[in-house]
Design a protein around this ligand. Structure first.
Ligand SMILES: O=C(CO)COP(=O)(O)O
Length: 254
């Protein structure tokens, strides 16, 4: 089995101004200077705080992600931001297809696919999110839903570099609810996603791509989740907003 380096990524959602971003990153930098984390570290601030985050993390191991992009590189799309813009300002990663974007901003499997292609065209690492709702889980549709999202999301993508492509399984019912999927529940979906992605993009891609779990990840549940063979890190919302919790998660990463 491939040896995959874990990723701990903080999705700040609509939190932290530039000055709040600066103080958070100053504290995080000094905290991680004391030890050698076992994982890659990514933070995803809102667009307006990205420049500050890039400046603050320059020369460190912390990488910066955007939370969204448009599928075109430029054009008359008021209020939108494109891959080349995100790349040039210094982001390495971009979150795509988060359930909040699907739920509140009308994103579809098709737009997610176009955004993944746009990210790759601009040299950004997509963090491609998918996951079922509570209703879908209770109706026994979890595997059908994530399979459809996976196929539609990565279907038309040509030979992505597995080291530069990340999938995040985020069951919607576990986001911001304090209700984490059990390690077994998460593992069975991760294993399924890995098997299915091998059918679409080949065994090497499937062996090497990182699949993160997201949904109420906290310092005290990180270890048991990351101990699962197909869970390669966490996409963290609420607990990435305080240095203490985010650092606690980073320290638990294996
Ligand atoms: O949506 C998430 C990360 O993208 C998860 O959010 P919480 O960690 O707050 O549940």
């Amino acid at each position: 089995m491939a040896n995959r380096t874990s990723i701990i990524a903080g999705n700040w959602k609509m939190h932290k101004t530039s000055s709040e971003t600066r103080s958070f990153l100053e504290a995080l930098k000094s905290a991680i200077a004391d030890f050698e984390p076992n994982c890659e570290i990514v933070v995803a601030p809102p667009f307006t705080s990205i420049a500050t985050a890039v400046a603050e993390t320059d020369g460190t191991r912390i990488r910066v992600a955007a939370q969204n992009l448009h599928w075109e590189d430029r054009g008359a799309f008021t209020g939108e931001v494109s891959g080349p813009m995100v790349k040039e300002i210094g982001c390495s990663h971009v979150i795509i297809g988060h359930s909040e974007r699907r739920q509140y901003f009308g994103e579809t499997d098709e737009s997610v696919n176009r955004k993944i292609q746009a990210a790759m065209r601009s040299g950004l690492v997509p963090i491609f999110c998918l996951g079922e709702t509570l209703e879908e889980r209770e109706a026994g549709k979890t595997f059908d839903v994530v399979k459809r999202q996976l196929i539609e999301g990565i279907g038309k993508i040509e030979s992505p570099d597995p080291d530069r492509f990340v999938i995040a399984y985020e069951p919607v019912w576990a986001i911001g609810t304090g209700k984490t999927a059990t390690p077994q529940q998460a593992q069975e979906v991760h294993e399924f996603l890995r098997t299915e992605s091998a059918k679409i993009l080949g065994q090497d891609f499937s062996d090497r791509t990182r699949i993160l779990y997201g949904g109420s990840v906290k310092p005290d549940n990180t270890r048991s989740l990351l101990n699962q063979p197909d869970i390669d890190g966490g996409l963290v919302g609420g607990a990435s907003l305080t240095v203490q919790d985010f650092l606690g998660i980073i320290k638990e990463a294996i």
